[in-house]
Design a protein around this ligand. Sequence first.
Ligand code: BG6
Length: 481
Amino acid sequence: MSRILWGGATSASQYEGGFTDGKGLDTQDCRAYMPRTSNNTIETRLLTQMQIDEAKNKNSPYYYPFRVGTKGYEYGLSDIDLLKELDLDIYRLSISWSRLFPTGEELKPNSAGVEYYDKIINKLFNAGIKIFITIDHYAIPLYLVEKYKGWSSNETVDAYMRFSSFLLKKWGAIVDYWLPINEINAGYFSPFNGVALVKPENGTYNYNDIFVSLHHQFIASAKTINLGRKLKVKGKFCAMISCFCYYPLTPKPEDNIELVKVEQINQWYCMDILAKGYYPYYAKQFFNKHNINFKISIEDKELLKNNTCDIVTFSYYDSCICSAKESENQTAGNLVATTKNPYLKATEWGWQIDPIGLRTTLHKVYDRYNKPVMISENGLGSKDILTEDYKIHDQYRIDYFKEHFDQILKAEKEGVDVRAYIAWGIIDIVSAGSCEMDKRYGVVYVDADNNGKGTFKRYKKDSFDWYKHFIKSRRKRGKLK
Ligand code: BG6
């Protein structure tokens, strides 16, 4: 019998808004919307101190979309009615760190924030929807960035532990899955979002800062798992990476060995540590090559070894190509740019659509870690049109789902222990990469534009009915067996 739970996800900064009510300024609140040019996603992803100072300026002329999100703080409870109507098995949400601990240093959480999450989590529980909580999804209190340089210091680990231990104690009895850090390998490609490192003035990040920060995230994850198990919380613990399904550009051995090396660092490195419990052999040479040098204490090694994750999860949006020589024919993708693949179509944002790549990834991940697997994010980011009669005919999203779901079910038949598929941005949210509203993933449309103008009313897309019907038919099939 299929064990797959079918779900949907959002993240606090992309969805909630609710910028007042005691919430502190966080890293995402500082990212301004800039109309898209071919290559400005980097500018909107990697912030300098100057951009942060501008964000703190009350008279700044820029629009900061993550301060508004899609108003989940206002619509959260009625949005859960929609999720219930959709018949979702599981909903993945993140908790805004700075809503509960505005600077990260408070000893007690902001009560308005606790009240909001209490209502949301209890409503999900009462609706019979399994609850998947991401503790940190790309947003940390700005105070920790300015005082301690984000994840590069131990003090941020301490602040994170105050946050995560509060969550485990408060909702440990009803949450089903805990994920300490979203897409942990993002810290490597997108150090501002991932590990809260401000872009240096000379424009170049230092590898040592990035890998020390990642180490601190590994420690924070392991400490959280350790505490959760001591507290005997109900939920299982996940780890998450972003997967890119690499292909060699040609059958040339040089391209293939390049693939092995790129895949090790870009894709597997963090999960090797979180799922196996130790630093992989290939880290040594990589560290030497890039002058990365930090001490890993015996206590840290023990902590990592004894607190590996229960479930391996990954996001998957597109596949990538590796070659010994960099090709000029590049296209965008989630977190990394890549060479264009002539066999694949791409989204309007250039991300190459590859359902078989998802099945390949399921096999590779399961084979490497031998733990249950969840697809914690996947979906199609596209422009949608709201018709005059308030419909959204998104057949392209239905086709995308169908093709990806077919491959997931095949992988399951082939023996992969797949536990969940969680559709990204189930209700439209602001894009994390480009800060746009135009790039929509949801089966529920939110009437808002790139500048935050609109009614923010919710409308069901055609994909809503399709997904609902799909979930129902899977459930019936499960019962028949
Ligand atoms: C993942 C992130 O990298 O990709 C999400 O975890 C993000 O937060 C998603 O929204 C899709 O990326 P984008 O840039 O299209 O929003």
